[in-house]
Design a protein around this ligand. Structure first.
Ligand code: SF4
Length: 144
C-alpha cells in the first residue's frame, strides 16, 4: 500500500489547523489504496502550530546536518522533523509502499520546491525532510 500526506485526505494536521484535501488522493484513500501519514504529527507536533521552514538548505541538507528547521517564532525543530521523517519511512516500508503522494512546498512533504526559510512566501529548489528521506530509500515521491 502506498502512502500520502494526511492533510491531502482531509486531516486537519497543517500548521494552521486546516486540511488541503485533494480529490484524487482522497478517492484513492477511500478505496483503501493509501495509508495517510503526517510526518510532523508523528514527531509530536500539534495542529495548529507555528509555521516552520528549512533554513540554509533543503531536506537532504537537514538529514546531513548542514541545515536546520526553524519555526517562525525562532524555535528549533530540526530534531522533530528528522524524527517525523524517520517514522514516516518506517510506516512506508512496513506498508511496502512504492510511491508517496506528498503535499507540495512543505518543509516535511515538499518535493522539488520548498519555502526558502525566510517566511516571505519565496520558494527554492529542494525537497522537504520526509520527502528527501523517502527518496533516499527508493520510494517515488509524487508532488500534489
Ligand atoms: S507535514 Fe505533510 S502531511 Fe503533515 S500537515 Fe504538513 S504537508 Fe500535510
Amino acid at each position: 500500500m502506498d502512502i500520502a500526506s494526511a492533510c491531502l485526505v482531509g486531516c486537519k494536521c497543517r500548521y494552521d489547523g486546516e486540511a488541503r484535501e485533494d480529490k484524487r488522493v482522497k478517492q484513492m484513500y477511500e478505496r483503501g489504496e493509501l495509508r495517510a501519514v503526517c510526518p510532523e504529527q508523528l514527531a509530536g507536533l500539534r495542529a495548529p502550530r507555528c509555521p516552520s521552514e528549512i533554513a540554509g538548505g533543503d531536506g537532504n541538507d537537514v538529514l546531513e546536518g548542514r541545515a536546520r528547521v526553524a519555526a517562525r517564532d525562532g524555535g528549533e525543530l530540526t530534531r522533530q522533523f528528522i524524527e517525523g521523517a524517520q517514522k514516516t519511512l518506517e510506516i512506508a516500508l512496513a506498508c511496502g509502499a512504492r510511491r508517496a503522494y506528498l503535499k507540495s512546498k512543505s518543509p516535511s512533504c515538499g518535493c522539488g520546491r520548498i519555502y526558502d526559510g525566510t517566511f516571505s512566501g519565496k520558494l527554492r529548489n529542494g525537497d522537504g525532510v520526509a520527502a528527501a528521506l523517502l527518496k533516499k530509500h527508493g520510494i517515488e515521491v509524487v508532488e500534489i
